[in-house]
Design a protein around this ligand. Sequence first.
Ligand code: SD4
Length: 330
Amino acid sequence: MQKRREFIKGSVLGAAALGLGSSVSQAAGGPRKQEVPRAVNKPLVISTWKFGIEANEAAWKVLDKKGRALDAVEQGVHVAEADPSNTTVGLGGYPDRDGHVTLDSCIMDEKGNCGSVAFLEHIVHPVSVARKVMEETPHVMLVGEGALQFALANGFEKTNLLTPKAEKAWKNWLREKNYEPVINIENHDTISMLALDSQGDMSGACTTSGLAFKMHGRVGDSPIIGAALFVDNEVGGACATGHGEFVMKTLGSFLVVELMRQGLSPAEACQAAVERIVKKYPNYREIQVGYLAMNKQGEYGSYAIHKGFNYAVYDQTGNRLIDSAHYVNR
Ligand code: SD4
């Protein structure tokens, strides 16, 4: 396997172009059949940043009772969404440059279903609205006023998400009005989470208030399926944090999953997706992107442009924080 991975690492595009999937078999004359690898490390939940530890605890409560990964990721990211001290997710998130807290979120299940909301205001748990979009509409994505109407019609409460702390930070920012979206390389707070349940099924979720003081109407990668989140239950899942424009430009999470499909490990696939950004965008030193991935065997890994990205892992051996490998050595 290692040999194959090394070979593929050097010729990922070639392998992809040739369709050399590692787990595809074809019975003579029969339909193409995917051999689904047996999960060995399950249940398992991984999530971005230090506060992933607390979020994992909530997700683990579901997984430990043999619950569904989809419920685990929803319950897990709820913790960050409801935390007013967290300034880039849900309640307490920093507003856009006009003072509105606008939220982006998505969720994806083991059957390939997905739901998403973007530019949504006044709702503490956008991930649950995203789940309702997935489960109760024929659509994938609702945005802005329409997403809010849908949420209110489905019993979500309208809440003022702008906390005094966030309002104060915004008013300080207004003094200089620096419209450049500044991404703090050491400290992002978007939560992206992937879980593998006892049945061996995988789901993921992502939720954020996005870049602080962004332009009104700006939507990042976090609600875009394939950018900040992608799950293919036959292969694995990937998610992202960081400067969303670069994740969107390279459709990073989809890329990571497709590279795992070609035989790369989660860590190798994340590294290749970061290297794609580095290769294409000369200003990569000014931005931070971190990818996190797991495969069906319950292997996981990550890679970021800069030092400072970490993620939380909870499996049978406990809940812990891991520092990600990174590209730039400062
Ligand atoms: C965005 N990706 O809106 C989000 C921000 C983020 O850690 O992840 N910050 O671009």
